[in-house]
Every structure is written in structure tokens, then in C-alpha cells.
Design a binder for this molecule. Structure first.
Ligand code: FE
Length: 410
């Protein structure tokens, strides 16, 4: 089974990536940042985790307010560094551990943590800034990641208590994952800072150190603070430090602290810490993935799981794009060219060309993009339903109370 081998807490300011990319380790002003990460690197080199479950928040780079969610779990295979306005950093993409992400997703949803799931989104400094400090730039990433993006920028945001409880559920979810994996939990963000308004530049070192002490010894006490109380003590943007409570919830009651550092060069302290459980990881029982148990035996039924979503993503993306009139025009003008431009493979192109509605579903398309294709090619939804059942339109209509036809086209 998978197990948590330890936890890392780290700030995620852009300054860290800036220092790393310009190799400022010999500059006395920047040197403490490098020193702060040295013991963390050492711990990772010694303990060799397979996966870093990395808790971070995006800074309005890949996630915008057209659809903002509280807890977004990355389920992708690869994560590119994001362009945050000045071009993407010249660092390798990170590999995602998609099967673990899917396993955690299923477990956490069954425990009533209603996550959202993302792919195809680059990660900004919230994730890449600290991680890039943890390896030599000449090396490839030695671990995969599962990113958990927390929406902490647009209120209402999750409570500190909810973050802590999510961490506790995460601990059970990791323990329930069957593959032998060593997982390290990485919490990023914080500590005290404010980057907007007249209070911009606010810091509170006393609170930062108290927060780190309580996080280690009495995390429950931190779960009762409101966002306003966090903002009062640590600045408005500093309240992102509630993400550290997710990590803390995933750890055992008593911790061994292996490292801690604190350095305040500018707007936010650069803090790092490493902990291991004082008591070895107990067995927490099996998974709670019972929601879909039995669905596999329902005939002609294909639950749209994260696995199917991953397999059919490119095809579903192509068909979903038919909601744009320019894409419809391209498709109508030259189907093959449109599909090749979208990178569809030969199987996918063939399924679309033959309007193989049943085959498309079996392959991994979701019905709601098929009704878009149906609208474009001028057939009704009823036609698609009948084809999926392997019946003529007339035969299918006879199973309904009325012989009507409709679709999603005008
Ligand atoms: Fe941040």
C-alpha cells in the first residue's frame, strides 16, 4: 500500500524561483534561501519518495474566476511550468502520478470531499518555485507529483477546519491505495504577507513562529481561527497558510521535526520545515470505493470515470470544441483536416467519420459531446440513441410514448 513517509512545509514566493534561475547562491542576500532548502533536499535524497503530493494555490494564472473551485486535484500525466506574464521558466515539466491521483479522487469523493479535477493546465510559481529548489537543475525530476490546488483567492474559501479534515481524509486515501508508493506531503504558501492595499508589506514574525509551533504541537487550535483572524495575524494573503493544515491533517498526532528555517528577505518569509511521523504509519483499513461497485455489471453502461475521461480527453475536447462556430465551420469544410489538426489518432478519426455512436461511447466519448456532433452533422438525438442501442430510428421510437425528434441544434 502507499504510505506517507514525511511532510515538507515551504513558502512558494516567486523570489525562490528567481534566486534559483539566476544561480544567486553565492550572493550573501540570497544565500540563506539556498541554505533553507539544503536540508530538505538532503531529506528527499535520503528518503527517496516516489510521489510528492503538492498542495499549492494558483495565483490567477491557470485558474480564473469564470469557474473557481475550492479543492482542485490534478489528474494529468504531465505539468508544464506556466507563463505568468514574462514567459515560462526554463525548467522541465513535472510528471504527474495520474493513477494515484485517480485513486485519491475516488476515495476522497466517497468520504464526501467534493473535489474538482484538472488537467491540461500549467502550474505557476505556487508549485514550481519551491520544487525547483529541491533538485539540481541538471537533473531530471526524481519524483512524480500529484498537485492539489486550493482556491484561496476568492472568498468564500475553505475553512482552516475543512483543510485539516481534508488532510485527515487524504491520509486514509493514501493508505488505501494498493500500490507500494512512498508519498511525501508538500504544503506550500504562507507565511505572513499582504500584497494589496495600504496594508501591503505587512509581516508578523512573532505570529509566523507561533503558527509553526502550533502546527507541529497543537494543530487543532489553528483550525478554530477564521479567515479574518488569520488575516489580522498574518496579512490577508498570508491566510493561504491554511493549506499547511491539509498537510498537517495527513500526518500523525506526534511529529519528529527534522528541520526548520525562517528568513524574511522581502514580502514573505522564506520558511521551510521537514517532519516525519513519530509513530510509524498505522494501517487504516481498506478503501471506501463502493459507490460504483456493481456498476460494471450493468449491460451497455459505461460510467464516465477519470480513467475514461483521461483516455477520451483529446476526442472529447475536439467534439466539445464544436460549441464554437469557427470550429464547426472547419469541421464542415474538411472533417479530416480538422481532426488531424486536433491530433486525433486513426481510431478516433475513423469513429467520428463513420458516425459510430456506439463505438464512440465505448471508446471513451461522453454522450454530451455526441449530441453536439449530432447537431453539427444534422441528425437528432433520437437517431444517436437508436444507433447506440443498435436499432433503427423507427424501432426505437416505438419504445417511446411519442414519435418526436429533437436535438441541441437550433
Ligand atoms: Fe501564494
Amino acid at each position: 500500500m502507499a504510505r506517507i513517509i514525511g511532510a515538507i512545509a515551504t513558502s512558494h514566493t516567486p523570489t525562490i524561483g528567481f534566486a534559483r534561475d539566476r544561480n544567486l547562491s553565492n550572493d550573501p542576500v540570497w544565500r540563506p534561501i539556498f541554505e533553507a532548502y539544503e536540508p530538505v533536499r538532503q531529506w528527499l535524497d535520503d528518503r527517496k519518495p516516489d510521489v510528492l503530493l503538492t498542495i499549492y494555490n494558483d495565483h490567477v494564472t491557470s485558474f480564473f474566476f469564470d469557474h473557481y473551485s475550492a479543492f482542485a486535484l490534478g489528474v494529468d500525466q504531465t505539468y508544464q511550468p506556466a507563463d505568468e506574464g514574462g514567459g515560462a521558466r526554463d525548467i522541465r515539466p513535472l510528471s504527474g502520478h495520474a493513477p494515484l491521483a485517480r485513486g485519491l479522487a475516488t476515495h476522497l469523493m466517497a468520504e464526501e470531499f467534493d473535489l474538482s479535477f484538472f488537467r491540461d493546465k500549467p502550474l505557476d510559481h505556487g508549485c514550481f518555485s519551491p520544487l525547483s529548489m529541491l533538485i539540481d537543475s541538471s537533473r531530471d525530476w526524481p519524483w512524480k507529483i500529484v498537485p492539489l490546488q486550493v482556491g484561496v483567492l476568492q472568498f468564500p474559501i475553505p475553512t482552516a477546519q475543512r483543510c485539516y479534515r481534508l488532510g485527515q481524509a487524504l491520509r486514509r486515501a493514501i493508505a488505501a491505495y494498493p500500490e507500494d508508493l512512498k508519498v511525501a506531503i508538500v504544503a506550500t504558501g504562507g507565511l505572513s504577507h499582504q500584497v494589496h492595499g495600504e496594508r501591503c508589506g505587512f509581516n508578523n514574525t512573532t505570529w509566523d513562529l507561533e503558527f509553526m509551533r502550533l502546527l507541529e504541537t497543537d494543530p487543532e487550535s489553528l483550525t478554530h481561527l477564521t479567515h479574518a483572524q488569520y488575516a489580522e495575524r498574518g496579512g490577508m494573503e498570508g491566510s493561504e497558510v491554511i493549506m499547511w493544515l491539509i498537510m498537517r491533517g495527513a500526518m500523525g498526532e506526534r511529529l519528529n521535526r527534522l528541520h526548520r528555517s525562517y528568513y524574511l528577505p522581502s514580502m514573505t518569509a522564506i520558511a521551510t520545515a521537514v517532519w516525519e511521523d513519530a509513530v510509524p504509519h498505522e494501517h487504516l483499513g481498506n478503501g471506501v470505493d463502493e459507490q460504483l461497485a456493481g456498476a460494471e455489471s450493468l449491460p451497455g453502461t459505461y460510467p464516465y470515470t477519470l480513467e475514461r475521461s483521461a483516455k477520451g480527453y483529446r476526442l472529447n475536447r475536439f467534439l466539445h470544441d464544436l460549441v464554437h462556430s469557427e470550429q464547426r465551420d472547419r469541421f464542415r469544410a474538411d472533417e479530416s483536416a480538422a481532426m488531424i489538426a486536433a491530433d486525433l489518432d486513426a481510431t478516433e478519426q475513423d469513429l467520428v467519420k463513420r458516425r459510430d455512436w456506439r463505438g464512440l461511447i465505448q471508446y471513451g466519448a461522453i454522450f454530451f459531446v455526441l449530441e453536439k456532433l449530432a447537431a453539427v452533422v444534422g441528425v437528432s438525438n433520437l437517431h444517436v440513441y437508436a444507433a447506440m442501442r443498435g436499432e433503427s430510428l423507427e424501432a426505437f421510437q416505438q419504445t417511446r410514448n411519442a414519435a418526436i425528434q429533437y436535438g441541441v441544434s437550433r
